[in-house]
Ligand binder design. Structure first.
Ligand SMILES: O=C(O)c1ccccc1NCC(=O)[C@H](O)[C@H](O)COP(=O)(O)O
Length: 215
């Protein structure tokens, strides 16, 4: 089965178009005001207007309250909610009930002990995004272009569908998939020319290399 690709932090129509044409399975839109990739619900509504069926529109939130989720969903149709903050398993369950949408929970990994959280969230989330743990002094909880030691995941069984994230690039994504046997991969900074500026050529290269047969 081919690896699914999520391109995260899309904020311009050319990049959305490049991701769709190159075969992305998930398109991520960041609703976190401090991010250089931040989009408003109205901007996102315009960006997703022509997304074909079968490609999931993912809204990325950091510790959102109910009102934020409700007002965003009233403006932009989304298929998946990505929670990228310190939401508890209980909050994941609440967000699923409130929105009626599947939840992808991001879990930060730096060392083998962090896999306990992967297990805990696997019991409640519909999907997991296994990402590098953000450094304590990082301005953002994700999208920092940092990788973790992928060998931590080698040979692990994970309860739910999951995507590998953190510091992936067109140059390292095939090796990351080979080591972790990830079913899907997620990228943001690795397909940018500057923070918050997506590069269509890098998006095409990334998707081609992630979906090529792994030898
Ligand atoms: O991208 C952001 O600006 C961002 C802000 C707040 C929370 C999460 C954020 N991004 C998450 C991602 O883009 C990805 O899901 C993932 O962390 C991979 O990012 P990268 O290492 O840059 O490829």
């Amino acid at each position: 089965m081919s690896v699914s690709v999520k391109i995260c932090g899309l904020n311009d129509p050319q990049a959305v178009d490049a991701a769709i044409k190159a075969g992305a399975r998930y398109l991520g839109f960041v609703f976190f005001p401090k991010s250089p990739r931040h989009v408003t619900p109205l901007q996102a509504a315009s960006l997703v207007a022509d997304v074909p069926l079968g490609i999931a529109r993912v809204g990325l939130f950091v510790n959102p309250d109910d009102a934020t989720l409700e007002s965003t969903l009233a403006t932009v149709p989304l298929d998946v909610i990505q929670l990228h903050g310190s939401e508890t398993p209980q909050r994941v369950t609440e967000v699923k009930a409130l929105t009626g949408l599947p939840v992808m929970k991001a879990v930060g990994v730096a060392e083998p002990e962090d896999l306990e959280a992967v297990w805990d969230y696997g019991l409640v989330a519909d999907m997991l995004l296994i990402d590098a743990k953000a450094p304590k002094d990082a301005a953002l909880p994700g999208g920092n272009g940092l990788a973790f030691d992928w060998r931590i995941l080698a040979g692990r069984q994970i309860l739910k569908p999951w995507l590998l994230a953190g510091g992936l690039t067109p140059d390292n994504v095939a090796q990351a998939i080979r080591l972790t046997r990830a079913q899907g991969v997620d990228v943001s900074s690795g397909v940018e020319s500057a923070p918050g500026v997506k590069d269509a050529e890098k998006i095409r290269n990334f998707i081609a290399r992630a979906t090529a047969p792994i030898l």
